[in-house]
Design a protein around this ligand. Sequence first.
Ligand code: PRP
Length: 210
Amino acid sequence: MKTLNIALSKGRLSDLSIDFFEKAGIDTTELKDPGRKLILEDQINDIRFFLVKPGDVPTYVEYGAADMGIVGKDTLLEEGRNLYEVLDLGFGKCKMAVAGPPELKDKLDRFDRLRIGTKYPEAAKKYFEGVKGRQIEVIKLNGSVELAPLVGLSEVIVDIVESGKTLKENGLVILEEIADISARLIVNRVSMKIKNEKISKLIADIKRQL
Ligand code: PRP
């Protein structure tokens, strides 16, 4: 049998993803204590896990360096990669939303060229230009996005909201909801054919937990 390569997101989704594989009967001993290693193995089931930044999971899967991956829907919306999204895993739930000061509620149409601070420039463009047919100026940020409207860098932000605590503590509110986000299982299109037996079995083992 061919080795199955799975890319996992480091960070928020990592512990939840590991729990999930453990329940699906995978040996996660190495995964739970990776140290600085980037490839962790389950030799019994002949599976290798790659630990990568969330934004890189779809890249590894699209190019086939990884056969499968677990990644947030937010990253998939942003990356727009050519791959199969096979399962909603139901964890890592949050929303992608437009947020800003409460006084801008229902007033976004007043701006000729709304400035949007975001870690998700492509998803923001798809929503405003694609769905709403509006021109916007996207200002790409790498974190602490909520700061942007507070200091005049942008009018609003497009970001993920989980508990809502960050917005609340900075005096911001959700102005428009864009999408429901959760962790998704993704599969490379060619791997789905050539490693079908192994991938289908793992998907079935995972589905039993949903
Ligand atoms: C994310 C997101 C929000 C926050 C939302 O940032 O960009 O800032 O979490 O979570 P909450 O609704 O539960 O407060 P993250 O913690 O990943 O840090 P970052 O600012 O460095 O991107």
